[in-house]
Design a protein around this ligand. Structure first.
Ligand SMILES: O=C(O)c1cccc(C(=O)CC[C@H]2O[C@@H](n3cnc4c(=O)[nH]cnc43)[C@H](O)[C@@H]2O)c1
Length: 205
């Protein structure tokens, strides 16, 4: 079996992964909250464990109509969605500014094909969407994206620099929208995350 590193933002997500992978089967490390900490901690963990593949697993907010609570999204791309510049003509991404890529495509996502999941780009934001206008803006700018989380593209960038295949897997805990109206079901999301990781494990064993 390949050597696997799985990074999660918080302890409860790590526990959901540990319910599937024993210590002998995968290294499971915290990458912390948000893209900066995630990039730094994923890099450190990659240098320590020298894995064959890095997975960022956790929960996410889905865009309305694109997934529902409990669905799992395998990231075809992990995209920095708010790293760039505003302009009169709208948001300018890293690519448009000439500072490198904002979208990390995942060849490793194919390993998760035919699992009970959506295969869609996942956005990485530094500020979680909490208004209708912000959600609309992101949905228009990224018509294919299933939802948003806060660590994937940071971890993906670290993996790319190390030359290690990467994939982001997120279970939907909430639907993005006005913050005071959002309902979260973290337990359901974590249960589904474990289930899909278990299905994947059985296939690669
Ligand atoms: O309080 C808990 O029990 C708990 C258990 C597991 C995870 C959490 C988190 O708060 C994790 C935050 C983490 O989740 C991602 N996330 C989830 N929904 C969204 C969203 O709508 N917009 C952006 N990010 C979201 C994100 O990656 C955070 O790091 C709590």
């Amino acid at each position: 079996m390949k050597s696997i590193l799985i990074v999660t933002a918080v302890e409860k997500e790590r526990e959901a992964v540990r319910r599937v992978f024993a210590e002998s089967e995968a290294a499971v490390e915290l990458c912390g909250f948000g893209p900066a900490e995630s990039a730094a901690r994923t890099m450190k963990a990659a240098l320590t464990h020298k894995p064959d593949v890095i997975i960022n697993a956790g929960i996410a907010g889905a865009f309305p109509g694109r997934a529902v609570i409990g669905d799992v999204i395998v990231g075809t791309h992990s995209i920095f969605a708010d790293l760039g510049a505003e302009s009169e003509a709208g948001f300018l991404s890293t690519d448009e500014l000439g500072f490198g890529t904002s979208a990390f495509s995942s060849e490793a996502a194919a390993q998760f094909a035919e699992l009970q999941a959506h295969y869609l780009p996942i956005l990485t934001v530094s500020t979680a969407a909490g208004t209708e206008s912000r959600v609309s803006e992101l949905m228009v700018r990224y018509p294919e994206a299933g939802g948003e989380a806060m660590e994937g593209a940071g971890a993906a960038h670290a993996a790319l620099i190390c030359g290690i295949p990467f994939v982001e897997i997120r279970a939907v805990s909430n639907i993005t929208g006005p913050r005071s109206l959002q309902k979260w079901d973290i337990e359901q999301a974590l249960k589904q995350l474990s289930l899909v990781l278990q299905q994947w494990k059985e296939r690669v064993e």
